[in-house]
Design a protein around this ligand. Structure first.
Ligand code: CA
Ligand code: CA
Ligand code: CA
Ligand code: CA
Length: 358
């Protein structure tokens, strides 16, 4: 067990030339950045600089490892031997957040400051559960936490080192916050009989109900750098462009879900009609059906700023480069794509990083 702490991290770094029969639009240098076969390595997250964090552990022990792309080395950054850690996120400057708990305690939000090389408990609320953090590129963090009566949305200001309850109501459960680089936040909450999407304007310090649809449940908002928001309501995908709300899926016969938006306002989601599943792409003007499969859900959808998309279906990972779809299945799991085209995944209990070759 102590091996994990005291042995230097052994990196089995090697380069694999692309040998797949598929025609890749790009060539990649693929590196195995970490393997420790005594433990599971899983759920990697990557930023635009190719820095990666992931979970390393077994049923009784868990740590968070960090691969520094510039140093080409992996380090244990959590260094808290007991306890569960989950829901990792890394921002563009290499700062990391996660939810964690030690035995017998509640969940807290932990913050790894890449510049200071230190970990801080930023929720620091030993009575109540703090869950599912999201971090922006300025180090500001949001999460939902139970305060004894209901769930609230909490906002950590990295500059002020302070936490604010921004939903601040006493009888409504608020959940699923997402934050953009301007500090604007969206989440969903029940309002009377149904759910709505709420938008927190960081400059105005005000909250607005942007779905404002008292007849339907509105869930799971995503926000981009421009403050545009996409969410799911009543089996459709809705898009808020800062002024108006549009139903962009507009498909009464299929259930639309798993939406993602990039900073250029491109949106991807899946539609399900019985046993048939489709992947849909909105480029700001029109919707294109780019992929179809039967008898398998489409999941783990990621879109980067260039509109490149990865997803999984039928135990296969697919990559769309804007024009063609390639099967990049490596028996992989937990695929992630960065805005600069890096890809990271888990395969056979190892973490792999693919960097585009210019
Ligand atoms: Ca807590
Ligand atoms: Ca609340
Ligand atoms: Ca509603
Ligand atoms: Ca629909």
């Amino acid at each position: 067990m102590k091996k994990l702490f005291f042995l230097p991290v052994v990196l089995c770094v090697f380069i694999v030339l692309i040998m797949a029969p598929n025609s890749f639009a790009l060539d990649f240098e693929i590196v195995n950045i970490f393997s420790n076969l005594d433990y599971y390595n899983f759920q990697p997250q990557i930023n635009g600089g190719g820095q990666v964090v992931w979970r390393v552990g077994n049923s009784s022990h868990m740590e968070i490892y960090y691969y520094d792309y510039d140093e080409k080395s992996a380090t244990n950054i959590s260094n808290i031997p007991n306890g569960y850690k989950n829901r990792l996120q890394i921002n563009g400057n290499g700062h990391v957040v996660w939810q964690g708990r030690t035995t017998g305690s509640d969940y807290e939000i932990y913050y790894y400051d890449y510049d200071e090389k230190s970990v801080t408990n930023i929720s620091n609320n030993p009575d109540n559960g703090d869950l599912i953090p999201q971090i922006n590129n300025n180090g500001h963090v949001v999460w939902h936490g139970y305060n004894g009566s209901d769930y609230e949305i909490y906002y950590y200001d990295y500059d002020e080192k302070s936490v604010t309850n921004i939903s601040n109501n006493s009888d409504v459960n608020d959940g699923g916050p997402q934050i953009n680089d301007n500090g604007h936040v969206v989440w969903y909450a029940k309002n009377g009989s149904d759910y709505e999407i709420y938008y927190y304007d960081y400059d105005e310090k005000s909250v607005t109900n942007i779905s404002n649809n008292p007849d339907g449940h509105d869930y799971n908002p995503q926000i981009n750098a421009a403050g545009h928001v996409v969410w799911q309501g009543g089996g459709e995908i809705y898009y808020y462009n800062g002024e108006t709300v549009t139903n962009i899926s507009n498909s009464p016969d299929s259930s639309d879900n798993y939406h993602q938006i990039n900073d250029n306002g491109h949106i991807v989601w899946t539609g399900q009609d019985g046993y048939n599943f489709g992947l849909y792409y909105y480029d700001g003007e029109t919707v294109t059906n780019i992929f179809n499969v039967s008898n398998s859900i489409i999941y783990l959808i990621q879109i980067n700023v260039n509109g490149h998309i990865v997803w999984e279906a039928s135990k296969t990972t697919y990559y769309y480069d804007g024009s063609t779809i390639t099967n990049i299945s490596y028996n992989s799991e937990g695929y992630q794509i960065s805005d600069n085209g890096h890809r990271v995944w888990e395969e056979d209990n190892k973490i792999y990083l693919a960097t585009p070759i210019p």
